[in-house]
Design a protein around this ligand. Sequence first.
Ligand SMILES: [Zn+2]
Length: 191
Amino acid sequence: MASPVAHSLAGAVIYFAFSRKRTFNAKEFGLVILAANLADFDLLAGLLVSDVDAFHRTATHSVPGTVFIALILSACLWIKDETNVPRLYTMTLLALASQLIIDWLSYDDSIPRGIPLLWPWSLEHYMSDTQLFLHVRRDNLLTMPVILHNLKAISGEMLILGPVALIGWWVAEIKCPRKQEYRRAREASKH
Ligand SMILES: [Zn+2]
């Protein structure tokens, strides 16, 4: 499975794709990054029974689970009376879905390999034939071979998703505001 770096970069790509013509909103950005990582919080649930993998890659890594979490999130936003609910809902739904896509595209060395996309109807696990991302190891975390392996995995994630996130940031935060400024200046010079 991929690391939080890959999931966070995917979240950033989604946020910037929906944020053109808007000023940067740290709260929304944080929400989308959280949503992109949310499925892996099932590891924390495992801590309650002293086995981090007890609930990992089950309900939260399925399509029905993702839709359910998105509905709960949107209900929370609606209760909080956010004005941007449809846009925020779309961003969080895509961010949640990005977890499934990235994990599906990641190498998995544990059995069963992949994620149970159709849980609870089917326990079959799915993993892409082409894996873009290396798995992150959690065993013997502080030993040199594992540190080197995880650094290699994270570097690969940054190499693949980093440029996409950077382009998204540049378009949303630099190019579009400049274009708007230029248009406004031109309009003002006409009057
Ligand atoms: Zn995951």
